[in-house]
Design a protein around this ligand. Structure first.
Ligand SMILES: CC(C)(COP(=O)(O)OP(=O)(O)OC[C@H]1O[C@@H](n2cnc3c(N)ncnc32)[C@H](O)[C@@H]1OP(=O)(O)O)[C@@H](O)C(=O)NCCC(=O)NCCS
Length: 175
């Protein structure tokens, strides 16, 4: 477990007072991950409103490496990874509890897994999100998050997700 009480984790001035600065990130056990992830996904129905896919993300958290961010001991965010090959990984799913958006949790999770992946020899991290050809204010914020954290949009593909254009982004995580 790594104490991440640094830099970005201090709440900005507009942050609600319920947010403290004690954030830790740890890997979840396969048994505990789905229980920890479910309430976080349920707090963001504007992004995860399709029941079948949300259930699949919950199940995947128990089968793939999943890192949980906790604030004062309470789970507030997670990221689940897929390892495609020794040098290429993917953010399979990522979310921060609605009450903690914009307080540095997502940035800290990204930084944490990027450091681990880089140490393990991974060079490229990809993520898929809803593409801009289906405009949405929610996914516009998500895209801003990934791009501002160093991801580059590669291409938008159709057919992967029924009725939803899929934007593939990638980030080189080694120099
Ligand atoms: C996208 C997400 C993981 C980012 O985590 P976060 O903890 O809110 O983000 P941080 O506080 O670390 O960073 C804030 C940055 O993200 C942006 N952002 C993206 N979505 C945001 C949201 N819903 N609320 C607040 N800020 C958001 C902000 O504009 C800010 O950018 P800036 O620093 O350049 O001004 C999180 O908002 C979330 O869970 N969103 C809903 C689910 C989702 O989109 N998951 C990814 C699916 S592919």
């Amino acid at each position: 477990m790594i104490d991440l009480d640094s830099a970005r984790l201090r709440p900005p001035p507009h942050t609600p007072s319920l947010v403290s600065t004690q954030l830790t990130i740890s890997v979840a056990s396969p048994n505990s991950a789905p229980t920890l992830v479910e309430p976080i996904l349920c707090s963001v129905p504007d992004w995860f409103g399709i029941e079948d896919s949300t259930l699949a993300y919950i199940a995947a958290s128990g089968q793939k490496p999943t890192y949980i961010a906790s604030r004062d001991g309470h789970p507030v965010g997670f990221v689940t990874l897929t390892h495609h090959n020794p040098v290429a990984a993917e953010i399979h799913c990522m979310a921060v509890h609605r009450d903690h958006h914009g307080t540095g949790v997502g940035t800290a999770l990204l930084r944490h897994v990027e450091t681990l992946l880089e140490k393990g020899g991974v060079r490229f991290l990809q993520v898929k999100t809803q593409g801009p050809s289906k405009p949405s204010p929610e996914y516009a914020r998500t895209l801003h998050f990934y791009v501002s954290r160093g991801f580059t949009p590669l291409e938008e593909v159709r057919g992967l997700w029924p009725g939803i254009p899929c934007l593939i982004l990638v980030k080189a995580i080694t120099a």
